[in-house]
Ligand binder design. Structure first.
Ligand code: HEM
Ligand SMILES: CC(C)=CCC/C(C)=C/CC/C(C)=C/COP(=O)(O)OP(=O)(O)O
Length: 330
């Protein structure tokens, strides 16, 4: 665990960067105002949901649903889908909460994270640890008992890589993003293998490739938007070690091109059909806005272009997954 005494919480400096990725305004609340706001409408339930990083978990569930349909070669039963969602959400949420426990001290040093339940002292450490353990054990047990060892092991491996490898790397090397991309992509194998896909199946690993490559444009935009906060808090990100934004831009371009390659390959990997060609064209059309935004950001890195890149990335992933999932039916 991070040596809590080694990193003294400093008052999160009010900065021009938004307090949350989805927030458009550059107006930010400094820590005292946001705490007062949170205290004004206390909600224990909301805090325990916030601990799990619900927006990330929601997108993980979307990817898990798509990859389950692809792995199973067709629609899945409502009962199977509900158990898969419950198990994956629990273990993903546990990973997110464990990450917030690990970073509860350093998160005080960023406006974006200072108002989270632990840094803002709305949730105590011990109940957070118990909650994290219960989610992780419960999620693993659901996946193992309902779908077998492989999907559960994929989830446990994701948890371990994200919490015990990626998280400590964040203050040491910008290569943390590559490890995070592995952690963020492994959940596709939960859905894929849960519904019958083989862990050695090429389409499963192409789906892994779609998720892993997507995370570069996704996160490089965020790493630019919060570069000053990351730097001040002591995180090592591409945009703090190479502050011009060129490296972040090129990683976004390469990630976008690699995503297109994986997506198009998925349209043809299980043999040829009339739908393979329109599907491949659809992958191209769906990904072009993110590629364009990556190129524009690389040419002249700024917050507006970074926000445009992030927004396009959050639309591209569901679109590409929908197209390659429809390919299962035609
Ligand atoms: C290297 C891997 C990744 C990194 C470093 C990363 C980092 C982040 C960060 C820092 C945020 C902002 C959180 C906040 O303060 O609100 C965020 C938001 C988000 N991330 Fe990622 N992420 C990664 C991978 C993923 C994956 C795998 C998914 C899901 C498939 C995902 C989906 C999202 C979503 C949906 C949001 C919320 C955007 C919003 O609130 O508008 N991310 N990500
Ligand atoms: C099935 C399973 C266990 C899934 C969990 C994996 C998971 C949550 C992947 C998300 C990828 C990721 C690196 C998010 C950012 O964390 P961050 O620490 O960079 O975000 P922060 O700075 O906002 O805390």
């Amino acid at each position: 665990m991070t040596n809590a005494s080694a990193i003294k919480p400093i008052r999160a400096s009010a900065s021009k960067e938004p307090t949350r990725v989805g927030q458009g305004s550059a107006e930010v609340l400094d820590r005292s105002q946001s705490n007062a706001k949170a205290k004004a409408t206390p909600s224990v339930f909301r805090d325990y949901v916030e601990l799990t990083k619900p927006r990330i978990v929601t997108m993980i569930l979307v990817t898990t649903t798509a990859t389950a349909i692809i792995g199973g070669g067709g629609l899945i039963s409502m009962v199977d889908w509900l158990w898969l969602m419950l198990g994956t959400a629990a273990i993903s949420g546990s990973a997110g909460a464990a990450n917030q426990i690990w970073e509860r001290v350093i998160d005080c040093n960023m406006t974006r994270t200072a108002n989270r339940p632990l840094p803002a002292s709305r949730v105590a450490l011990f109940p957070a640890v118990a909650y994290t353990a219960a989610l992780g054990i419960g999620g693993s047990a659901i996946l193992w008992s309902m779908f077998g060892a492989i999907p559960a092991i994929a989830g446990i491996a994701t948890w371990l890589i994200y919490v015990l490898v990626y998280t400590p790397m964040k203050t040491r090397t910008a290569w943390n993003t590559t490890v995070g991309a592995v952690a963020g992509a492994l959940p596709v194998l939960i859905g894929y293998t849960a519904m019958g896909g083989s862990i050695t199946g090429v389409s499963g690993w192409l789906l892994f490739g779609v998720l892993a490559t997507w995370q570069y444009p996704h996160f490089m935009a965020i790493a630019w938007m919060y570069r000053h906060q990351y730097d001040a808090a002591g995180f090592k990100m591409t945009t703090t070690v190479e502050p011009t934004g060129r490296s972040a831009g090129w990683q976004s371009i390469v990630g976008s091109l690699a995503l297109i390659a994986c997506g198009v390959a998925l349209c043809f990997i299980d043999g040829f059909s009339w739908f393979a060609i329109p599907a491949a064209i659809g992958v191209l059309i769906a990904t072009v806005p993110m590629l364009k935004a990556s190129i524009q950001f690389t040419k002249s890195p700024d917050d507006g272009r970074a926000r445009k890149l992030l927004r396009s990335s959050l639309l591209v992933l569901p679109a590409v997954l929908l197209i390659v999932t429809l390919r299962v039916f035609w």
